[in-house]
Design a binder for this molecule. Structure first.
Ligand code: RIB
Ligand code: NA
Length: 309
């Protein structure tokens, strides 16, 4: 039997400082806490899907260094298959330097390192697993060519695809839209891609319509505390899917929690309406913002109300 969810994407070691606010250019400020965590959008999404009960595999590259060794162990502890996790001595494991302010907001600089060396041969090796999966997820923290090739392979093999254009690049190759069954992004990403400012649910609907026009099957624009807006080529009227109000302590990786949960539902409940999946994924992501860190805050199936399964 194939896996439910394959992620072709990134692993980063998160170096996190908590501070009262984000520093300005040229400024030094005191923070109150530092920790090292497992992050990277690809790995975060994979781990969240696994925690909800999906059978998962990660296709990625880390360095031959302590961060890389530790990351492989983290995947094993999370029940993620490491068959397609490569280690290279040509670059170091990716890192993300993250500052989180007292409002739970963040600013992040990533140095992708080994992630950028994930390429065509790695995809060839993972091809059979990818082809037998139910859902593939890709992002933009690896080489865009590799992401695009993975999405193309999946679509040729009738594997459902989720594409998360994060971090967004202004001149995204047009095929990224065509190869996405679900194109899922947040407000700033939507804005960068379409040039349309997103300040409201209504704006999100407009941007979503533009994403559909570019060729994706469905578009989801996430809106943080306002939930998300969902639209599909088959059902193009934008639907606002609200989320419960919670007190956020750290929103880092909340979008990844949402996407990992979405992939879980697409793999395990393929006939569920996308809107319903998005509502459930909102509830998973809402738990994540109430805990510090990314993966450390992601809920397991046992932590969630059983009505979600
Ligand atoms: O989306 C959150 C993630 O973005 C962090 O874990 C960090 O690694 C960056 O990639
Ligand atoms: Na969190």
């Amino acid at each position: 039997e194939g896996v439910d969810v394959v992620v072709v994407g990134s692993c980063m070691t998160d170096l996190v400082s908590q501070a009262p606010r984000l520093p300005k250019a040229g400024e030094t400020i005191h923070g109150h806490k530092f920790f090292v965590g497992f992050g990277g959008k690809g790995a975060n999404q994979c781990v969240q899907a696994a925690r909800l009960g999906a059978k998962t595999a990660m296709v990625c590259k880390v360095g031959k260094d302590v961060f890389g060794d530790n990351y492989i162990q983290n995947f094993k502890n999370s029940g993620v298959s490491t068959e397609f996790v490569g280690q290279t001595d040509k670059a170091t494991t990716g890192t993300a330097s993250i500052i989180v302010n007292d409002a739970g907001e963040n600013a992040i600089v990533i140095v992708a390192g080994a992630n950028m060396l994930l390429g065509a041969e790695d995809l060839q090796r993972a091809g059979p697993a990818l082809g037998g999966a139910k859902v593939l997820i890709c992002q933009l923290e690896i080489s865009p060519d590799t992401s695009l090739q993975a999405l193309r392979m999946a679509q040729e093999r009738q594997v459902k695809t989720i594409f998360n254009p994060a971090p967004a690049i202004p001149d995204l190759h047009p095929d990224f839209y065509r190869y996405a069954d679900v194109f899922c992004c947040n407000e700033p990403e939507a804005e960068l891609l379409t040039g349309v400012a997103v300040g409201s649910v209504e704006d999100a609907g407009k941007v979503g319509a533009e994403l559909l026009r570019r060729g994706c099957g469905s578009a989801i624009v996430t809106l943080g505390p306002q939930g998300c807006v969902v639209l599909s080529a088959k059902d193009p009227a934008p639907r606002h899917v609200a989320t419960a109000t919670v007190t956020a302590v750290d929103t880092t990786g909340a979008g990844d929690s949402f996407i990992g949960a979405l992939a879980f539902y697409m793999a395990r409940y393929p006939t569920m309406p996308l809107e319903e999946m998005a509502g459930r994924a909102n509830r998973v992501a809402a738990v994540s913002v109430q805990g510090i860190g990314t993966q450390t805050s992601y809920p397991y199936r046992k932590d969630m109300p059983q009505e979600l399964f």
